[in-house]
Write a new protein. Structure first.
Lengths: 155, 164
């Protein structure tokens, strides 16, 4: 089975077919995608601004990070879940879309970087300066995911 | 001149037409609007969550609002500039859209809510050192903000779908 035939199978699912037939399915799911993204990017930005020492001077990095965790991961779940639904409606189009593959690669890197950042924050909380590079990389990766995501519609 | 005629003149202006016809510029501005939104409204959501007592273990309302305000305002400035440019190119098109009107209505509601909060509760914030001291009115303002910005995002997305 090739990857392309797998993508054809995704598109042929009843959920994918339903999404294509309904005129409100795609925009409605995209609203969920956008709301998830808002929670995700807002909380990532707050964690990373704290790592740069730019906000909430009286709180520790770990405490801000653990507060944002309750918004960041649900936001990611909502974004990925709604993204999967969008993908099912046009999987084959995505297969031929270069921006889609860039987005997926960047997404995997961004999630891994965020997980790594969180596990390092928990194991070595006292030395915060070393996290600035990681925070910059994390922001750039998430920004890249957003730009590539927008580009799917254009290319 | 009616409001609709004014919108027609705005959209028909040399700059409005150039913007609508320049494929790349319009797409770039729209992307700035959509991605900037998720950052500025995202940070705003965090401050609202502080306001409704969600993060009571992680600092006071005053601390969070004062610290995050410049980032929020910067993001909103970007939103208004990019949104204003998009409106310039489509003023008459969106004027007739009920979704655009709903978006503007909830945007106004969010703005009035924020202004009332600042005017009536802003200076008292520093006294809210514990979550029990945050007045109910402040929590209500937080919920109104969360709901109205969610509505702005929903109707904003629908504006784009309704006229394509």
């Amino acid at each position: 089975m090739t990857l392309l035939s797998l993508f054809h199978a995704f598109e042929a699912t009843s959920l994918g077919a339903f999404g294509r037939k309904s005129s409100v399915f795609f925009p409605a799911v995209e609203v969920l995608h956008l709301l998830g993204l808002t929670s995700l990017l807002g909380s990532v930005l707050v964690v990373n601004l704290k790592i740069f020492g730019m906000i909430l001077p009286r709180q520790s990095v770990e405490s801000v990070a653990s507060a944002m965790k309750t918004v960041l991961w649900p936001g990611l779940v909502l974004t990925v879940g709604s993204g999967l639904l969008l993908f099912l409606t046009e999987a084959v189009k995505c297969y031929y879309n270069l921006a889609f593959w860039y987005k997926m690669a960047l997404l995997v890197c961004a999630v891994l970087a965020q997980l790594k950042l969180y596990s390092r924050l928990q194991s070595a909380p006292t030395r915060q300066s070393q996290f600035r590079v990681a925070a910059t990389i994390s922001l750039l990766l998430w920004f890249g995911v957003g730009v590539a995501g927008r580009a799917i519609a254009f290319v | 001149v009616t409001l609709f005629e004014l919108c027609q003149q705005i959209q028909g202006s040399a700059f409005g037409t150039a913007l609508l016809e320049s494929q790349y510029m319009w797409l770039i501005i729209e992307s700035v609007h959509v991605l900037g939104l998720s950052v500025s409204v995202g940070v705003l959501f965090i401050t609202d969550l502080y306001l409704i007592g969600r993060f009571k273990r992680y600092g006071t309302v005053a601390e969070a609002l004062q610290s995050l305000r410049p980032w929020m305002l910067g993001g909103f400035a970007l939103m208004f500039v990019s949104g204003g440019l998009l409106f310039w190119s489509e003023a008459a098109t969106v004027y007739t859209s009920p979704w655009f009107r709903l978006k503007m209505l909830f945007l106004a509601l969010a703005g009035v809510n924020a202004l009332l909060f600042e005017a009536r509760l802003g200076r008292k914030m520093v006294k809210w050192t514990h979550v029990a001291r945050v007045p109910a009115a402040a929590q209500v303002a937080g919920w109104i903000s969360l709901a109205s910005w969610t509505a702005v995002i929903i109707f904003g997305r629908w504006v784009a779908y309704a006229h394509t």
